[in-house]
Ligand binder design. Structure first.
Ligand SMILES: Nc1ncnc2c1ncn2[C@@H]1O[C@H](COP(=O)(O)OP(=O)(O)OP(=O)(O)O)[C@@H](O)[C@H]1O
Length: 286
């Protein structure tokens, strides 16, 4: 599903959660949606899911409006944190409800995922642990095979092995059934290898929309003897540094002449997406 967002505004009374946001998302890509707390991620995803009416601009899914458009919203799945969208009745009820709602529901795949996450179909979702509830959300989100599938931190409650199982299942199912997937997350390093493109928003505005590899290419670590590193990075945008004895490693943002660095006896290497994210969204929280 292709999404065209033009000049989007989402406001709650005086609070503007999304402002002048224009963005195009293509079919068949996994997007990472990153932003600090309160940046507007959930507001944006709620509008894309048709849960909320936007205050201005246009949002189209395959050229159709989303809000109050049942034919389009049944093809869009948003799973929010701790599986809150599937909190009624038993796991079985949640699956039954999803099957009824989702035209591309795959019951056999849902059962595979139920087995993978060791969920009890007869158990009441409300009486489950946070991680188990998250897993129910993940099952519903993946087995819906919705052309636009969004996970809003919905796997946060899951433990590390379960999260890894989710990432593996998501990638395998995406390869077999390509669709537009948006993952909103604060666990950037854990998920970043899945992203084909990254969207960063800050204070309701778009900061970056870039292929993940191009974003990563904007950051480098320059390592070597203290004086040479300082000399080489003097006019560059420095994100941070660390020193071990006589060796200094400096993270820089922006184009870097790697050959020139090597000529100066320095080593260069990649830096983590999280470091770029912190830089692009105004540094660590004060
Ligand atoms: N129902 C609401 N009523 C009033 N203000 C709201 C409401 N929901 C969100 N906001 C405000 O809108 C802004 C964006 O919130 P949103 O939940 O979209 O951010 P987020 O990026 O998802 O944050 P987080 O990472 O903390 O979940 C915040 O300032 C928030 O206080």
């Amino acid at each position: 599903m292709r999404i065209d967002i033009d000049n989007l505004r989402v406001a709650y009374g005086e609070t503007v959660a999304i402002d002048s946001l224009s963005l195009r998302l293509d079919t068949g890509k996994i997007y990472g949606l990153l932003g600090r707390n309160g940046a507007g991620k959930t507001s944006l995803l709620s509008v894309l899911a048709g849960f909320r009416r936007h205050s201005g601009g246009t949002v189209l899914a395959d050229d159709s409006p989303i809000f109050e458009n049942w034919l389009t919203t049944r093809e869009i799945s948003l799973i929010r944190d701790a599986g809150e969208t599937v909190n009624l009745g038993t796991v079985e009820d949640a699956l039954y409800f999803a099957e009824d709602l989702r035209p591309r529901w795959d019951a056999a795949y849902a059962q595979e995922l139920i087995d993978l996450f060791k969920l009890d179909r007869k158990k009441n979702v409300k009486s489950m642990s946070k991680g188990q509830r998250s897993a129910v959300g993940v099952v519903v989100g993946l087995a819906s095979r919705a052309p636009l599938t969004m996970f809003d931190e919905s796997y946060l409650g899951m433990d590390a092995p379960s999260r890894q199982a989710f990432y593996d299942a998501l990638l395998a199912d995406f390869m077999a059934h390509p669709r537009t997937i948006i993952l909103s997350t604060h666990l950037i390093e854990e998920v970043s290898s899945l992203f084909e493109e990254v969207v960063i928003i800050d204070k309701g505005r778009l900061v970056v929309h870039s292929p993940a590899d191009e974003l990563l290419a904007m950051g480098s670590a320059v390592t070597g003897p203290v004086e040479q590193v300082e000399e080489f990075t003097r006019d560059l945008t420095v994100l941070g540094s660390k020193q071990l004895g006589p060796t200094r490693s400096v993270m820089v943002y922006g184009p870097l002449d790697h050959a020139e660095a090597r000529k100066a006896g320095l080593e260069t290497g990649p830096i983590a997406m999280q470091e770029l994210f912190i830089h692009l969204t105004g540094g660590p929280a004060s």
